[in-house]
Ligand binder design. Sequence first.
Ligand code: AMP
Length: 287
Amino acid sequence: MLVIHTIAELRAHLDEHRQNRRKIGLVPTMGFLHQGHMALAQKAREESDVVVLSIFVNPIQFGVNEDLDVYPRDLPHDIALCKENGVDILFAPSVAEIYPEPIMTSVEVQSLSNILIGCHRPNHFRGVTTIVAKLLNIVEPDKIIFGEKDYQQLIIVRRMIRDLSYKAEVIGVPIVREEDGLACSSRNARLTKEDRAAAVILSQSLKKAQKRILEGEKDVSTIRQLIEDNIKSEARAKIQSIDICHATKLDTLDRIDNQPIVILLAVAFGDVVLIDQQLVTPKEKAL
Ligand code: AMP
């Protein structure tokens, strides 16, 4: 496996692969890798000939009071994990390599970026789409792989790629969870032992809500209340948002009919905000 830090060196290697007609798969990450990221790398392995995994903690997607400075990092560990999981090129550029001067240009998917998580994190998704656009221009991948864990991000990137006619196909990978159900996340490492144990309430609440919907509950406020009561039973959890939306348009819903929906949670434990989601396809009523 190659570890590359500069755009020029990466482009030179990828040009060679392209000349040999090899398909390139890109997995963008912020590092401190875990099994969730590795599921993306494995998907890229299945879908392409050359797997590029990028590690870049992108400053422009963090707000002023967010966790940029304390975001966990461990490049030697990440290199070892990538080697074990069939990554061909680990691209780990510095901030100066990506942003040699303050960036004046940005890419923003309007509307979708200012709802849901975008209400709590203004400019976050603009930062995400701008770095993804840059990575698409640097790597020119045939496939780009994202996790369904960051569900709104996945929908926004899909839209950007359609709107701007990038050639890359977007592939979504289902959430990978720890044994007790907590979604794998780099931020889990920042939880205290007590908060780590308490955080299981997110996936438990989602499962309960999913069960009620599959049993036929159609009223969104009832489902929302069920989730809220459940999470509030855990005193350490501070709810930031609970949203029940159309699974592709992300409109918030009043009633669940037969459309696929997604439940999106953002819940803080101390100063760590965790997100989780559950897709649900309600069963049609038998006639
Ligand atoms: P991050 O390093 O947190 O920016 O995540 C990089 C990519 O990995 C994103 O596409 C995430 O959605 C994906 N990802 C992170 N955690 C998980 C997980 N538990 N399961 C599946 N994908 C994940």
